[in-house]
Design a protein around this ligand. Structure first.
Ligand SMILES: [Zn+2]
Length: 238
């Protein structure tokens, strides 16, 4: 595990990048990392992610009790604590408000899970959670089951939650998500989204498994050939 100071610097670096890229506005969003001993290092409440210094971060336990640091922990700390509890393999979490991703949920539109090869390969799919009132413990409830299976969640009308093996990994997943939303929005504007043929999705699902990126079963069955049962390869490549 990275040293405490390195982790703090990584969180601040990621915060600057997330803010500069417009993936949060003002004091929105929060970033955390496992700090060892069951503790969580997290951005403080009311702080702009783009202007954090390493000493600003707060150390909390899984109940949100502050063990060190000056401020209060982010109001979304329940969501972070829940994700860590469900995923022992996860070392860092980024919660942001990527505007195009959120816009799809406000419009009631789905970013088709069958259209973009890189999303199918990297994430399997990107589920949208039920709506939860931001800054309350409702957020923990809507992510609890989904985060067990998926690294990237869209929070209905609110934002995103991306988890990773380190801070940068979680942040790159956020960037990939919003980039996909930009592509999908542009496709809608250009006349509509055309899904990949099911046989091509099946190839991607297999590749995802073969390369050790994730489980083929995470790809939505509705994107795959009917006979696939979720995991089969197309006959031409098997
Ligand atoms: Zn939020």
């Amino acid at each position: 595990m990275a040293s405490d100071w390195t982790l703090r610097q990584e969180i601040c670096d990621a915060g600057r990048r997330v803010h500069q890229r417009g993936l949060v506005g003002g004091t929105d969003g929060n970033i955390s990392a496992r700090a060892g001993g069951g503790l969580i290092l997290i951005s403080p409440s009311g702080c702009c992610l783009g202007m954090m210094e390493p000493g600003d971060l707060v150390v909390i336990d899984s109940t949100g009790r502050v063990l060190s640091g000056r401020g209060r922990p982010s109001s979304e700390h329940w969501m972070h604590a829940t994700a860590y509890a469900q995923r022992p393999d996860v070392a860092a979490i980024v919660h942001a408000h990527p505007p195009l991703t959120v816009a799809f949920t406000v419009a009631g539109l789905s970013m088709s899970p069958c259209a973009l090869p890189e999303i199918i390969m990297a994430f399997g799919q990107v589920p949208v959670t039920a709506y939860a009132t931001p800054s309350t413990d409702e957020g923990a409830g809507v992510i609890r089951d989904l985060v067990r299976q998926f690294d990237v969640l869209v929070l209905d009308r609110h934002g995103s939650l991306t988890v990773g093996k380190n801070v940068m990994d979680a942040m790159y997943k956020l960037e990939k998500l919003e980039h996909a939303a930009l592509v999908m929005l542009t496709a809608h504007q250009l006349g509509g989204v055309q899904d990949l043929p099911p046989e091509e999705v099946a190839k991607l699902a297999q590749l995802r498994s073969r390369l050790g990126i994730g489980r083929a079963e995470d790809v939505p069955p509705a994107c795959l050939p009917p006979a696939c049962g979720g995991t089969c390869a197309p006959s031409k490549s098997s």
